[in-house]
Design a protein around this ligand. Structure first.
Ligand code: STR
Length: 410
């Protein structure tokens, strides 16, 4: 067998994210596998729920970059704008097997649903502080819900968890915007990555000298008897936690608000108590996933999928937004946002298998605090611009919005 049988057509993923629904539909139509091109680099996209689920526990797919054929041949280098999504330092995000379990253990223990109950009062406090300030920030009753609420809330929560001072949050917000944006010139992106490494290295130095009640300190401290993480591993995990812990939850909160404001009859059901906020959160996670494409795993052998073959060395992307719209899993109306569907929680937006999102319970909790509090405070909340005018950021992998103008009172 040669080449990719599914290579008949290729989707050149638009870095400006001009038509996310159109791209998602194209991928869903070609399920389970589709050929995509990411800024000139070809890869295989997995776009069906069942096949994604199976491949996410397949040990023949690995995270280490040196298993990638295009990397081995030198066709992909650090010049590729998306390399930072894959070559992100040694961490639980970039290794597999026993090493992965070792790197991940403390993090997953720190954010179990039970442990999170202790964080809930802080999330509530941050939420109410931000909501209190909303009115004052509005101009003629209109405010950008992203910059004043959906963005600072997850940043404060993950900041508190990891021990990052609030004075650093504006710097981090700016740095990650530049990191993720496809409009950022190459040299600038490299400079931002270097700047973040300096910042986190300094933070590790401080927490080593004066450990606090935070996960960064816990990652540094040697386990009784267990092998401590190296400085490089602490750095990699810290970067992964801060990046993943804020960027994805912004999307969850904004996408939920957008879905409700554009489906007012469903918002009514929620405000009348007929549908639970948890259901809104699960349906949003399925229908409008915060992560569009997750880069990347590499095939260490030819992998047969039905009558197709993913060749050895191939880069494999899980296209979560398409997976959430899979009609085989969610029915013929998978494209509809519907909080009354029988089982909205049957999605796989947090992944599956060993790398399943360790922060899932935390992000669900943030949304479960933020959304009801927002609508309780502003029951007349509505979009300040037509829904079509709300644009995605030019970010290829994440489903994040440029801004989200709302009118606070109807
Ligand atoms: C961003 C850059 C960085 O310094 C470290 C990481 C590792 C974790 C990655 C993160 C990245 C990008 C967003 C990811 C996150 C893990 C979960 C999150 C991919 C590459 C998702 O969007 C699901």
């Amino acid at each position: 067998m040669t080449g990719c049988p599914y290579a008949a057509a290729t989707l050149t993923v638009d870095p400006m994210v001009g038509d996310l629904d159109g791209e998602t539909a194209w991928l869903v139509e070609r399920a389970p596998l589709a050929r995509i091109e990411l800024l000139g680099v070809p890869a295989t996209a997995v776009t069906s729920h069942a096949v994604a689920r199976r491949l996410l526990t397949d040990p023949r797919l690995v995270k280490r970059l040196d298993a990638w054929g295009l990397w081995q041949s030198g066709a992909v280098t650090h010049e590729w704008p998306l390399i930072g999504m894959i070559d992100a330092g040694r961490s639980m995000f970039t290794v597999d097997g026993a090493e992965h379990r070792r790197l991940r253990a403390k993090t997953s223990q720190a954010i179990t649903p039970r442990r999170l109950e202790a964080i809930r009062p802080d999330i509530e406090k941050f939420t109410h502080e931000l909501l209190d300030a909303l009115e004052a920030k509005a101009v003629d009753g209109v405010v950008d819900l992203k910059s004043v609420f959906a963005q600072p809330l997850p940043m404060r929560v993950v900041g508190q968890l990891m021990g990052v001072a609030e004075s650093e949050h504006p710097m981090l917000t700016r740095a990650y915007k530049a990191f993720f944006s496809m409009l950022t010139p190459h040299d600038e992106r490299m400079a931002v990555i270097a700047e973040l490494d300096v910042f986190y290295t300094e933070l590790i130095r401080e927490k080593t000298a004066r450990p606090g009640d935070d996960l960064t300190s816990a990652l540094i401290l040697a386990e009784d008897g267990g092998e401590p993480l190296t400085q490089e591993e602490v750095l990699g995990n810290l970067k992964a936690m801060v990046a993943a812990g804020h960027e994805t939850t912004i999307g969850l909160i904004l996408n939920a608000v957008r879905a409700l404001l554009t489906h007012p009859e469903q918002l009514r059901l929620v405000l009348d108590g007929e549908v639970a906020w948890e259901t809104v959160i699960e349906e949003t996670l399925r229908w409008d996933t915060p992560t569009t494409h997750l880069l990347m795993r590499f095939a260490t052998e030819d992998i047969v999928v039905g009558d197709q073959v993913i060749p050895r060395g191939e880069g494999v992307v899980i296209s979560y937004r398409a997976v959430g719209r899979d009609p085989e899993q969610h029915g013929a109306d998978a494209d509809a946002f519907d909080v009354t569907r029988p089982s909205p929680a049957r999605h796989m937006t947090f992944g599956h298998g060993p790398h399943i999102c360790p922060g899932a319970a935390l992000s669900r909790l943030e949304a479960a605090v933020a959304l009801p509090a927002l609508f309780a405070r502003f029951p007349g909340l509505r979009l300040a611009v037509p829904a079509e005018e709300i644009r995605n950021l030019p970010v290829l992998t994440q489903n994040d919005l440029e801004s989200f103008p709302v009118r606070l009172h109807g």
